[in-house]
Design a binder for this molecule. Structure first.
Ligand code: NDP
Ligand code: 2IT
Length: 446
């Protein structure tokens, strides 16, 4: 590691204590960027990276709400407006008890590079709350969303900042948030993505992240003369991203053999397809935090408190949450002959796990490249809203597919140009950085 990068990381740690996920995300990017900064000292002089690790703005607010029994609750709301060099802030909202300022800063930082890779004009942002949707009634979720938006609405807008879903925020929550935004502003516009189909949403947006990740995995496999057809695939999580990935892997002839939740994982040797994929939607809507009901219903083994990575597979797609795959899991996957790890979640692999994949020279893609299909399709939803029309599913899917292929190509070519062929981490970080950095240079000291 160069002295410059070491100093930068030390400064980030000193200024942002107790934010380990943010430090981790910055370190991964900064290590890749050494290659660029060595060739282009102008970015160092202009302190582009020092600027990029400082959010343009952070909004943090109180969210008071009342449960069905009349008890009062106070949660914390956030919106991190990280970088607007190439477009309005864009990124999801996460509702989960583990949400902190540091978690959202890591996600917003990743989002800047990811959105740049999509080639659409979107800056980076992220937000959310430590609200726990588990076991809450529809009415409670609605009251929470209304209270959350009663502050957030002043900070967002179709040309300012366009939030979407993430963990714990799906179609239902986007509906409640949109309704409240409209009441407060009297404007019907493209201020959120992931909207319902009858009121400005885009076809394929629910499927987009998992579909996109699978298209990306297929492209990676192609570089080694392989394809998804016939592959055994481990998926973690059972939410929106895991569902879309299970659908597309199955369509392409792969066999999904695992799903997981905070309670453990299920192993379905016969493959998770058809009505079993439908059942994932029920599981998630139940908001019970568990995949065990799947093993009861379909009579397959359930491993309590364990992770799916111990099962021998050809392809692994971590689609649950950050740091869910560590060094030991990575060694286990490699030992069992895994050929490709494609991240559907944001930063699911620890830095040490990524090193194991790199050393074993297996295909590995970072989430900011392989899960960009979700936000890319959000970008397509914004375009449709601006044009006031809706594209058919085939049109959106075609564009999504083309965007994922082009991100893949960009990663491969950039990694090669900077002397690290096959390194998708470097390819994604460098290609994502260059577009944003050049826009910042053009716009003066911003
Ligand atoms: P969902 O809420 O639909 O599902 C999240 C899944 O991860 C659930 O299975 C959830 O279980 C599990 N999970 C959440 N937190 C934890 C935790 N701390 N420990 C173990 N399991 C956990 O979210 P998404 O599918 O939308 O998001 C999954 C990942 O994909 C996240 O990393 C997200 O940032 C990323 N992503 C999402 C995109 C999108 O468009 N939705 C786009 C790009 C990336 P439970 O709910 O029971 O806790
Ligand atoms: O992490 C992500 O890219 C998302 N949660 C989707 C963001 C979006 O604006 O669609």
């Amino acid at each position: 590691m160069s002295e410059y990068v070491r100093n930068l990381i030390a400064q980030v740690k000193a200024k942002n204590p107790a934010e380990p996920e943010f430090h981790q995300a910055v370190q991964e990017v900064a290590e890749s960027l050494e290659l660029v900064l060595a060739r282009h000292p102008e970015y160092r002089t202009a302190k582009i990276l020092e600027r990029m690790v400082e959010p343009e703005r952070v909004v943090m607010f109180r969210v008071p709400w009342q449960d069905d029994q009349g008890e009062f609750h106070i949660n914390r709301g956030f919106r991190i407006q990280m970088n607007s060099a190439i477009g309005p802030y864009k990124g999801g909202l996460r509702f989960h008890p583990s949400v902190t300022l540091g978690i959202l800063k890591f996600l917003a930082f990743e989002q800047v590079f990811k959105n740049s890779l999509t080639s659409l004009p979107m800056g980076g942002g992220k937000g959310g709350s430590d609200f726990d949707p588990k076991g809450k009634s529809d009415a409670e979720v609605m009251r929470f969303c209304q209270s959350f938006m009663t502050e957030l609405y002043r900070h967002i807008g179709p040309d300012v900042d366009v939030p979407a879903g993430d963990i714990g925020v799906g179609g239902r929550e986007i509906g409640f948030l949109f309704g409240q935004y409209k009441r407060l502003t009297r404007e019907f516009g493209g201020v959120l993505t992931g909207k319902g189909l009858n009121w400005g949403g885009s076809l394929i947006r629910p499927e987009a992240t998992g579909f996109g990740a699978t298209y990306f995995a297929e492209e990676m496999l192609k570089t080694k003369g392989m394809s998804m057809s016939g592959m055994r695939v481990a998926i973690s999580g059972f939410g929106n991203v895991a569902w879309g990935a299970a659908l597309k892997v199955t369509q392409l002839g792969g066999k999904v053999v695992t799903l997981s939740g905070p309670d453990g994982f299920v192993y379905d040797e016969n493959g998770i397809s058809g009505e079993k994929i439908e059942y994932m939607l029920e599981l998630r809507a139940g908001a019970m935090d568990a995949v065990k009901p799947y093993s009861d219903k379909f009579k397959v083994p359930f491993y309590a408190g364990k992770r799916a990575w111990q099962i021998p597979v050809d392809v692994a797609m971590p689609c649950a949450t950050q740091n869910e795959l560590d060094e030991n899991d990575a060694r286990e996957l490699v030992k069992n002959g895994c050929k490709c790890v494609c991240e559907g979640a944001n930063m699911p692999s620890t830095l040490a796990a990524v090193k194991v994949f790199e050393e074993a020279k297996i295909l590995f893609s970072p989430g900011k490249a392989s899960n960009a299909g979700g936000v890319a399709t959000s970008g397509l939803e914004m375009s449709q809203n601006s044009m006031r029309l809706n594209w058919p599913a085939e049109e959106v899917d075609r564009r999504l597919h083309q965007i994922m292929s082009s991100i893949h190509k960009m990663c491969v070519e950039t990694a090669e140009q900077y002397g690290t062929p096959g390194n998708y981490v470097n390819g994604a970080n460098i290609a994502g950085f260059l577009k944003v950095a050049n826009a910042m240079m053009d716009q003066g000291l911003v």
